[in-house]
Structures are given as structure tokens and as C-alpha cells.
Design a protein around this ligand. Structure first.
Ligand code: MSP
Length: 532
């Protein structure tokens, strides 16, 4: 059987600083998508990495008094990689843009664009912002400063550059945006990108004079020039799946299903990047489909930005939370749950410890933890430490069944297909039309009172408890991509071996009735410890 492929990427981050909660957010969303698709038996490739050929990195190195750029990049790349490892991010490859294979890929790409006649020499005169790593237009400058980086001075630059004939692709790009509604998501960003392409998308300077820079890949055939960092960085999405080094792997993986990015870098991803690919594809078969058209990423999703307790995350405010600091206290899964649930994906949002603790106590400890604990404790007590028999009985004694599961599953899958984990989680907790959610499962215990019913009708009590335990099992698998560790522990508490179960694939796992009556239930453990 041919497995479906799924290729998801995160931006490659500058290593001028350590990761903060905003970077972790992007990476955790991509990780949840990767896990979701793996559980559905797809052949997933998930890439992360670092953007190393940037002047920002050089400036940061100088600030800390170091002079060996190679050593600085090695050290900082390790910090980023370790953060993703500590957060159990299931990436397949961590790419560094100083790696030899990336240079091979960039050279190949440059040459293809050149062959298409889209690179020409010119002189650039203008203001450059190292913070953005881009030239600024008049509308982006206020009082002589970049609007995004008002604390840094703009550099006045007049030098020979190579230019990319981006404007030649304006019409093709507009057609792409109009014909493929999913190319840029969410919808509000699509309009923003469309207006940018229509009104502001001009030829790009794609090199700088080497004598003015310490970082950057040399222009093929002209060592006096180095390639503009964004031009090289975007190509990482090709390098990481074998462009220029492994044709078979590349053909299998490219194009990406989704690039997850922050709203700050949408223009580069939704305008410059497809234009670059359209140009290079004309002279590189690897980048073409059977019809000879450019293979472009299928979608780009731009999420919003975090503030911390209402304030912009910034070095000078010293409020950049290191995500690994939070995990010992709340646990990795609770952090993932909070990040994905709290913010409507695509919108801006605020990170606050108070909200995190509220959700931890209410959604996790009281609602999820409590349901599982009560269902297991009562089953153990009344049914000899085992999963009770599931005999047919009046509907009022079952919380859910095949139909209920189908309704819940469809709603969750629909939200994830639209990359809306926030809505998927809301559905899991609050139900579909106020049915089949965790909240209702807890209420079902109050309504049916199995702790009283056991005296008069043990059979009915068994049915109630069986349907709750089975509900917890299915629930765990629907939640698994977001809370990978806790959900395996839930499965373990239901007396199943999590690893054997996980290997079964989603169709088996999401079949109602898989939990065998008579299975031994171990002593329930607390999933969410009380916060100090
Ligand atoms: N190196 C470029 C990306 C090149 S991709 C070919 C870059 N790097 S960055 O280190 O500045 O990281 C930018 C990304 O970090 C944003 O697009 C976003 O995904 C994430 N975030 C940075 N700050 C953030 C918040 N305050 N909130 C949410 N995400 C944030 O740009």
C-alpha cells in the first residue's frame, strides 16, 4: 500500500539569541501536526533548523565578545537543537544553513534562476535594517527608524548587487493566490499578501558586497558578492529533503504540505519564495510537475504573535520566557495543551502564567484527571479491579457509542484539517452541540450516580462505567498529538500497553468497543499533581 506523504516545516530561527515561548509555539504546532499525521499512518517528514548566514548572528556574537563565527554558530545551534530535544519535538531533521549540502542546494538553485534570465546586476541605494535582514521602503520608516526595530540604526547602503526579477512573476502569483484559497492561510493574511503583491512586489536585491559582510554564501562565479540571507534561508526547505544531494528523496518529499510561519515573515514565504520557485523551476526538472509547472508548497499558515502578560516579547524588557523553564512545574503536555488551546490559531494572543494555571487546574486536573480517576476507581471497587462487562442495556446508561464517537471524531478531524487545534481541543472538552465532551462525561456521572446505582442495579452500573472507560480511551487517542505523554499514561491506566496500542494505527484505536471487559485496571495514579 502506498503511504500518503506529509511534509511540514517550521521557520529556521536566527541564532542571535536563545529560544523563547514564541518560537516554541511555532515548533509545537508543527510537532502536533506531525504527530497527528503519523498516527494516521502517513509517512511524515518534519523539518526544523537554524538560519546561520545572517548579520544578526554576527552582531550578537560581537556583543558577547566572541570573534570565531564558526564556533559561535556551533554553540548556539546546539542550544536550539537541545531546546527542541528537551521539548520532545519529533523532528526528522535539524538543518543548519552553514552545512555543505545547503551550499550545494543554494548553488544549484541560483544557477537555475540565472539560467531563466531572472538575475541581473544593478546598484542598490537604500536603507537596510539588520533586524529584519531586509531593505526598507519609505512606508516602513518612521523618523529615520525601521518601524519593527526602532532601537537599531538603519544602514545606508549603496553598492553593486545582483537583483532577482521578482516583478516578472507578479501576475502568476496573483493568479496563484486567487485560484488556490488554501495557499495562504488564514483568510485575513491572504488579503494582506494579495495587496502586497499587487502594490509593492518589486525586484529584489539578492546579494551584498562580500567586503561588507562576515556571513553569507558566496555568489556562484562571483566571490566578491554574497547571497542575501533570505534568498538562501528559504531554500532550506528544499535542502532538508535532499535537493541537490538526493534526487529520489527530494522527489518523494517535495512539495511541502505546509510551512508554519509567524505573521512577521509571511511576505517572504508567500510572495518571494513562490516567485523564486517559479523562476528556478523553468530550468530545473526536479522542481517541476509532469506538466512542467513549478512545484510550490501546498499551503503556508501564518499564526499570530504572543505578548507576555500583555507586553511584546523583547530582550530589553527581559520578559522572553524560556519554554524549558516551565516544563518541570507544569509538565510538557500541559504547556503544549495551554499553548494550543488558549490562542485561536492565526490570531495574536497573550501568554500569562495565571491563565496557564487556570487551565491546568480546571481543564486538566479537575476535568480530565478527575473523570479518569473516578471511572477507574469505581470500576476497580465494584468490579473486582477490572473493566466491567459491556452488556447491551438501555441507552440512558451509556455515555457514548459508535455514533457518538463518529460525531466527535469528525468534528475534531475537520478542525485539524483547517489547522485549528484550538477548536479541536475546545470540541474535545465542550463537545459537539454540548454532547460527547469531557464536561458532559463528568456531568454524566453526576446524573447517573453509579456510586448509588451499584446497590440496586450492578448491570446498569457496569454499562455506565464501561462506556466512560472506553470514552477515556478514545478521547486519549484523539488528544494524543497535542498531549503525547499524558495520553499514553491514560492508556496505561486503562490496563493496556501504550506501545502496542500506538502501533495499531488510528482506525483500530478509534473503533468503539476495543477496550476488553475483564482487563485488569492498575491502581490509578494522579496525572496532574496539585500545583504548589
Ligand atoms: N530566520 C528567519 C526565518 C527564515 S525561514 C526561511 C526568522 N527567524 S526568527 O528567529 O526571527 O524567528 C521568527 C519566527 O519566530 C516567527 O516567524 C515566529 O514563527 C516565531 N516568533 C518570534 N516571536 C514570536 C512571538 N512573540 N510570538 C509568536 N511567534 C514568534 O525570521
Amino acid at each position: 500500500m502506498n503511504m500518503k506523504n506529509y511534509y511540514v516545516t517550521t521557520p529556521i530561527y536566527y541564532v542571535n539569541d536563545v529560544p523563547h515561548i514564541g518560537h516554541a509555539y511555532t515548533t509545537i504546532v508543527a510537532d502536533a501536526l506531525a504527530r497527528y499525521h503519523s498516527l494516521r499512518n502517513e509517512d511524515v517528514f518534519f523539518s526544523v533548523g537554524v538560519d546561520e548566514n545572517s548579520q544578526k548572528n554576527v552582531q550578537a556574537m560581537t556583543k558577547v565578545g566572541e570573534t570565531d563565527l564558526g564556533a559561535y554558530l556551533d554553540r548556539m545551534s546546539k542550544v536550539w537543537k537541545k531546546t527542541w530535544d528537551d521539548l520532545s519535538i519529533t523532528y526528522d531533521r535539524f538543518i543548519r544553513t552553514t552545512s555543505p549540502e545547503h551550499h550545494v542546494a543554494v548553488e544549484r538553485f541560483w544557477n537555475a534562476v540565472k539560467k531563466s534570465g531572472d538575475i541581473y546586476e544593478g546598484t542598490y541605494e537604500g536603507l537596510y535594517c539588520v533586524g529584519c535582514e531586509s531593505f526598507k521602503t519609505e512606508s516602513e520608516i518612521v523618523d529615520g527608524k525601521c518601524t519593527l526595530h526602532p532601537n537599531a540604526d538603519l544602514q545606508e547602503i549603496k553598492e553593486k548587487n545582483y537583483f532577482f526579477r521578482a516583478s516578472a512573476y507578479r501576475d502568476e502569483l496573483l493568479k496563484l493566490i486567487d485560484e488556490q484559497p488554501n495557499f495562504v492561510q488564514p483568510e485575513s493574511r491572504r488579503n494582506e499578501v494579495r495587496n502586497y503583491i499587487k502594490d509593492h512586489f518589486e525586484d529584489f536585491s539578492i546579494s551584498r558586497e562580500a567586503k561588507n559582510l562576515e556571513a553569507g554564501i558566496p555568489v556562484p562565479g562571483d566571490p566578491e558578492q554574497r547571497i542575501y540571507v533570505w534568498f538562501d534561508a528559504l531554500i532550506n526547505y528544499l535542502t532538508v529533503v535532499g535537493y541537490g544531494t538526493d534526487d529520489e528523496e527530494f522527489t518523494k518529499r517535495w512539495p511541502a504540505d505546509i510551512h508554519i510561519v509567524g505573521k512577521d515573515i509571511i511576505k517572504f514565504h508567500c510572495a518571494l519564495w513562490p516567485a523564486m520557485l517559479m523562476s528556478a523551476a523553468k530550468n530545473d526538472e526536479l522542481l517541476q510537475n509532469e506538466k512542467g509547472e513549478a512545484l510550490l508548497p501546498k499551503s503556508i499558515f501564518a499564526h499570530g504573535f504572543f505578548t507576555i502578560e500583555g507586553q511584546k516579547i523583547s530582550k530589553s524588557l527581559g520578559n522572553a520566557i524560556d519554554p524549558t523553564i516551565l516544563t518541570p512545574k507544569y509538565g510538557l503536555d500541559a504547556l503544549r495543551y495551554f499553548l494550543l488551546r488558549e490562542i485561536a490559531f492565526g490570531e495574536d494572543g497573550d501568554f500569562s502564567i495565571e491563565r496557564l494555571e487556570e487551565r491546568y487546574k480546571h481543564d486538566l486536573a479537575n476535568t480530565l484527571g478527575n473523570l479518569l480517576n473516578r471511572a477507574i476507581a469505581m470500576s476497580r471497587k465494584y468490579f473486582n479491579g477490572k473493566v466491567p462487562p459491556s452488556i447491551s442495556h438501555e441507552a440512558k446508561y451509556t455515555f457514548s457509542d459508535e455514533k457518538g464517537l463518529e460525531t466527535l471524531r469528525k468534528a475534531v478531524e475537520q478542525h485539524v484539517a483547517e489547522n485549528r487545534f484550538d477548536l479541536a481541543l475546545d470540541t474535545l472538552w465542550n463537545g459537539v452541540d454540548k454532547q460527547f465532551g469531557l464536561i458532559q462525561a463528568n456531568k454524566f456521572i453526576e446524573d447517573t450516580q453509579p456510586f448509588r446505582l451499584i446497590k440496586e442495579d450492578p448491570d446498569a452500573t457496569g454499562v455506565i462505567l464501561y462506556s466512560l472507560l472506553e470514552y477515556c480511551r478514545v478521547f486519549a487517542w484523539l488528544l494524543h498529538p497535542v498531549m503525547p505523554n499524558i495520553t499514553l499514561r491514560i492508556v496505561g491506566q486503562l490496563g493496556q500497553d501504550p506501545d502496542t496500542e500506538e502501533a495499531k494505527g488510528v482506525e483500530d484505536l478509534l473503533t468503539w468497543g476495543s477496550l476488553k471487559p475483564g482487563t485488569e485496571l492498575p491502581e490509578p495514579e494522579i496525572l496532574f499533581e496539585r500545583l504548589p
